[in-house]
Design a protein around this ligand. Structure first.
Ligand code: ATP
Ligand code: MG
Length: 257
């Protein structure tokens, strides 16, 4: 599914009056693409995730998924956030099947469990099916959260800083888990991140947003290697790209109020 954001402006009503967050934002994400969105804090990145998932409507402009205008919340979207928000009283498998209980009411428990187990295997946690969230590390919880976001086979996956709270090496492990999930499940993905290395390692397109009200400032393809490896991040080609992106962030920050 390709996604088109067309001339979208959005403002929130606050006690101090209207707060313009997005201004005339247009961008397109190709079918099965992986797009990272970076930009200054508070510029409107999470707002974009809420707009694309249909949770809120833009003040102006439209968003299309496969040429169909989004007008209400979509079940074809999966989401994962910085905080994995797992239900503490449910074990791992029962946390993962939660979306199926909402969108696939006719599925038997065994079918739901089998879907969840396929994903748990992909993220390397098949032995933790019966564990409670309190028995997992932060990285493991985030793996479970990724499984839950994909269990209903969404066509679009939206990730809002899911790796931000993890230590550097756990983060790199999770990046490789993401590569694996993308290869096996092949969804269209939007990743919000503050980590430029993460953006370049995972995405095939990186968008830099300007300061608030955000619009598109910079749009670059990052397909330096089909099968990316961590060591690629130390190549001169990638270092150059990271420097360009860092510079773009600085430009965006200067525009910020
Ligand atoms: N429901 C809301 N009502 C009023 N203002 C809001 C609402 N949601 C967000 N905002 C404001 O809109 C702006 C953009 O918020 P948003 O969460 O989209 O930013 P962000 O780019 O995701 O920030 P961060 O990088 O810190 O996560 C912020 O100034 C925020 O205070
Ligand atoms: Mg945010």
């Amino acid at each position: 599914m390709h996604i088109n954001i067309e001339k979208v402006s959005h403002q929130y009503e606050t006690k101090q009056g209207m707060l313009p967050v997005l201004k005339d934002l247009s961008l397109s994400i190709k079918r099965k693409g992986f797009t990272a969105i970076v930009g200054p804090s508070g510029c409107g990145k999470s707002t974009i995730t809420r707009l694309v998932s249909g949770l809120i409507k833009p003040t102006q402009g439209s968003i299309f998924i496969s040429n169909k205008k989004i007008t209400s919340p979509l079940s074809t979207v999966g989401m994962a956030f910085q905080n994995p928000v797992l239900l503490e009283w449910r074990n791992v498998i029962k946390n993962i099947i939660l979306p199926l209980e909402i969108v696939s009411k006719n599925m038997t428990y065994n079918q739901k469990r089998s879907n969840a187990l396929d994903l748990l295997k992909l993220v390397g946690l098949e032995e933790f099916e019966n564990n409670l969230p309190s028995e997992l590390s932060g990285g493991m919880k985030q793996r479970v959260s990724l499984c839950r976001s994909l269990v209903h086979s969404p066509e679009v996956l939206i990730l809002d800083e899911p790796f931000a709270a993890l230590d550097a090496f756990t983060k790199e492990d999770l990046w490789d888990v993401m590569h694996k999930l993308k290869k096996e499940r092949d969804f269209t993905c939007i990743l919000i991140t503050h980590d430029l290395r993460e953006a370049v390692y995972l995405a095939d397109q990186v968008i830099v947003l300007s300061g608030r009200p955000a619009s598109l400032q910079y749009d670059v393809k990052t397909n330096f290697n089909e099968e990316k490896k961590i060591s690629d991040l130390y190549s001169s080609e990638v270092s150059q790209l990271l420097a360009t992106l860092r510079n773009q962030i600085e430009i965006a920050q200067n525009k910020n109020d």
